[in-house]
Design a binder for this molecule. Structure first.
Ligand code: ZN
Length: 265
């Protein structure tokens, strides 16, 4: 199982609408995520001995260095989640590369190794995989085409697949433009996540859970998350691992993957 945390704070709201820079009330949600929710998530993961992968926006790492230091200090993996929270498919190749490099420069101040990439909104461009290989990434987590991690056929990258159903945002997201939708209860989300996780467990796939500090960090939702993870943690047949460890296991299991063969030839 991969417990993944997309740590986007102000960058999320600024990408939604640059005018949010002048809306302290909107941005207060981001500050809550960084300053209140991240420490609580770290304590929760420690109580349950759960290793996690935090995908962090470079701009938010600059804004909240203590939060990122704490994440790295607890032994969790730090991955790249854009510098800003703008989707790569909206950028020209050069701009996408600049964002990638800028984010890497910031994140490398907190950890020796940034091997994983998850784009904002899981939305990548036709250039993203090429750029990830060129800049030394080893795994990516954006695709919804599998329930098992796999080696990309034409790139030396392992994919850690995701899906909206095991994300918190589709169920809990709410902002001032969302009056036509309803916030789901934690009980409903626990039921949805539970159904999906138990079926993936039975099929022998990878349960990739994605949460966001500013969304999952409400008290009732954190309580649900702890109950959900406690149940899975009690199952000795589930391997909890950081994305990089999962990528390593995929590489070890498929030494003849095209990328590895290319390196050997
Ligand atoms: Zn995000």
């Amino acid at each position: 199982m991969a417990v993944t945390v997309d740590f986007d704070a102000e960058e999320l709201w600024l990408a939604e609408d640059p005018a949010n820079a002048a809306r302290p009330g909107v941005l207060s949600q981001a500050r809550y995520g960084a300053e209140i929710a991240v420490p609580q998530l770290l304590d929760l993961f420690e109580r349950l001995d759960v290793p996690a992968t935090f995908f962090v926006c470079g701009g938010d790492a600059e804004r909240y260095p203590h939060a990122v230091e704490a994440i790295a200090g607890r032994g969790h993996e730090i991955g790249h989640h854009g510098f800003s929270h703008r989707s790569p498919h909206l950028m020209a190749r050069g701009e996408e590369e600049d964002e990638l490099v800028r984010g890497l420069d910031v994140l490398r101040a907190f950890t020796d190794r940034v091997a994983g990439y998850r784009s904002p909104s899981w939305d990548i461009s036709p250039h993203t995989l090429d750029l990830l290989v060129e800049h030394g990434f080893g795994h990516a987590s954006n695709m919804m085409d599998a329930v098992l991690p796999y080696a990309h056929p034409d790139h030396d990258l392992v994919e850690i697949p995701v899906h909206w159903s095991l994300d918190d945002a589709p169920h809990f997201w709410f902002d001032a433009t969302s009056w036509d939708r309803t916030i789901r209860s934690s009980r409903e989300v626990a039921e949805l996540w539970g159904e999906e996780a138990s079926a993936i467990r039975a099929a022998g796939g990878l349960i990739t859970l994605t949460v966001h500090p500013q969304i999952i960090g409400r008290p009732g939702r954190l309580r649900m998350l702890e109950t959900f993870l406690t149940g899975l943690r009690s199952d000795d047949g589930i391997w909890f691992a950081r994305c990089e460890e999962i990528a390593g296991a995929v590489r070890a299991a498929s030494p003849a993957a095209p990328a590895a063969a290319a390196v050997l030839s």
